[in-house]
Structures are given as C-alpha cells and as structure tokens.
Write a protein that binds this ligand. Structure first.
Ligand SMILES: C[S@@+](CC[C@H](N)C(=O)[O-])C[C@H]1O[C@@H](n2cnc3c(N)ncnc32)[C@H](O)[C@@H]1O
Length: 288
C-alpha cells in the first residue's frame, strides 16, 4: 500500500525531532516540498495524497542524509536567495539569508543610478548569488564574478544561465583582483571567507563538513581576505565607486581599521536580522 503525504511528513517530523533538529517541521516542509515540487499550502491541504513507492524510497534516502548531518538545501542541491533559485555544488557555500542584507545595502546605494551601465565585481562569488541578485535588479549593469575555485565558477555560470543573466555576467578564476587585469569597477562587493582557522573545527557539522573549507577559512585571525581586498581595491575602483563587504559579527572594528589603513572612509555599516554587525561600505571620498 502506498504511503500518504501526511504520513511521510509525520515520519520526517518525528525522526528529525528525535535527532534534535531545531525546527523539524520547517525542515520537513523544505525537504519533502522541495523533492516533490509542492509549496507549503499544497502540502498542508493534501495530507491524503498517495505517494508513489519510488517517491517514498527517494524521500527516505533524503531523510537518512539529513539524519547524518547534511543540511537540507545541500540534499536538495539548491537554495533560494533574494527570491531567486541557486544551484549548489560541493565547491560552493550555501548562500545565507544574512547576505541578502549586503545585496539590499548595495541596491539602495545604486537606486539613483539604476538606469546606468554600471560595472560590478563580486570577489569570492561561490554560487554567484550576490552578483546575480544585483544584476537581476539592475537591468543595465554588467558583472564579473571572481573565485579561486574553478568548480564554483562553473556553478555560478550555470546559475547565470538559468536566471537568463549570462549575457551580462563574466567569470574570472584566480585570487581576488588577479583575474581583473587593470579593470576598474563602480562597485566591488564581497562576502569573503572570514572564520578564523582555529574556529572551523568547532562549527556545527552542517557547516564544517558540508560548506567548502575555501569558503570558510579566513586565516589565523579571520581577516586575511579583507587585508587583500582593501590593499587591491583602490586600483580597481572607479571614482565615486564603493566597496561593500560582509563581515563576521565581531569583525566590524578590525575590518574598518584595515580599510582605513588603505585610505578608505567608512560610508555605512549595517546589522543583520539577529542584530549583529554584518555589512560595511567603504569609499575613497565622503560623497561616494
Ligand atoms: C564565504 S564564501 C561566499 C560565497 C558567496 N559570495 C556567498 O555569499 O554565498 C567565500 C568565497 O570566496 C572564495 N575564495 C576563497 N579564497 C579566495 C581567493 N583568494 N580569491 C578569490 N576567491 C576566493 C571561495 O571559493 C568562496 O566561494
């Protein structure tokens, strides 16, 4: 006899709860809804829906992976960010909701220039989430996605194509500014790796075993990437341009000092949904 949607949702909820998953009901909806292509309303409205045996087998395999510590969106292979869907790969970080604040901050600053053909570079692009979210809202802008990982760039390129943004999207493989060969940009944006190396083994299993180390490791004090970005940004920034970075919750002052040491002025700082310092914007002049 085939299992119903309501019964398998119940199985997921109980198993996830027993394993100590914090929001078992939400994860049940993400996993089952994502796998079967059902939204929340459809799932709640049709508990009697009979599933095919192969769907039950597939869902049970997903549940086993979740119980072994793999995060739900990794299991699905995709995650929503800024209302857009991004494919993930083993070389990419899962884009996080807090990073949407970086996108919103940049978009607010660019609003008066929405019709201009601006250039944006995203350093450490991963899935391309930040740059593609910006391009989706800035119809005349062009973007360059840089990453040290060729595999991450291949995923970002696929995402650009799936979102029909590939004609305004280029990639460059290498460390920070190395692939940019003297080019100048109106906006430099980055969510670089910022976890101190020694902290990585203490992170939750979902992060430490499933996000790539290259996307997490910020060096001994977590600040290596900011030092490199601040040192190179001046040569690649158009006049009136700005640099916007995401930082760790306790890095605000250190990152500001690093940029100030390279002649930048802090234009704006924002907190995340949890009230932690998260985004800083720097420019060369007060008016930018
Ligand atoms: C924290 S992840 C951010 C990914 C994506 N921007 C996001 O916000 O979801 C940092 C990214 O920087 C890349 N990266 C690490 N070191 C780099 C370097 N030296 N040059 C360029 N990219 C680098 C990693 O491969 C990873 O994709």
């Amino acid at each position: 006899m085939s299992i119903t949607l309501g019964a398998i949702m119940d199985r997921f909820r109980r198993a996830l709860q027993a394993a100590g998953v914090e929001d078992a009901a939400a994860e049940t909806r993400i996993l089952i809804g994502g796998a079967l292509g059902l939204d929340r309303a459809a799932m709640l409205a049709r508990p009697e829906l009979a599933l095919r045996p192969e769907d039950e087998t597939r869902l049970d395999a997903m549940l086993d992976r979740r119980l072994a510590g793999e995060p739900p969106h990794r299991i699905l292979g995709r995650r929503e960010f800024f209302g857009l869907e991004f494919q993930l790969s083993e070389a990419t970080l899962e884009p996080r909701p807090d990073t949407e604040i970086l996108v919103e901050t940049v978009l607010e600053r660019l609003r008066p220039r929405r019709e201009e053909p601006l250039s944006i570079v995203d350093l450490g692009t991963g899935t391309g989430a930040i740059l593609l979210a910006l391009l989706s809202e800035m119809p005349f802008a062009r973007g360059m996605a840089v990453d040290l990982s060729e595999k991450a760039l291949a995923t970002a390129q696929k995402n650009a194509e799936a979102l029909a943004l590939a004609d305004r999207f280029d990639t460059g493989c290498g460390s920070w500014f190395a692939p940019l060969a003297g080019r100048v940009f109106d906006v430099i944006v980055s969510n670089p790796p910022y976890i101190p190396s020694a902290v990585i083994p203490t992170l939750d299993v979902e992060v430490r075993e499933h996000d790539p180390l290259l996307a997490l490791d910020g060096g001994e004090d977590g600040l290596d990437a900011y030092r490199a970005i601040a040192a190179g940004a001046g040569a690649h920034l158009a006049s009136m341009g700005f640099v916007a970075v995401e930082t760790g919750f306790d890095q605000r002052q250190s990152v500001e000092d690093i940029f100030r040491g390279q002649g930048f002025i802090l234009s704006e700082a924002r907190r995340d949904y949890g009230g932690n310092d998260r985004v800083q914007v720097f420019s060369k002049t007060r008016s930018a």
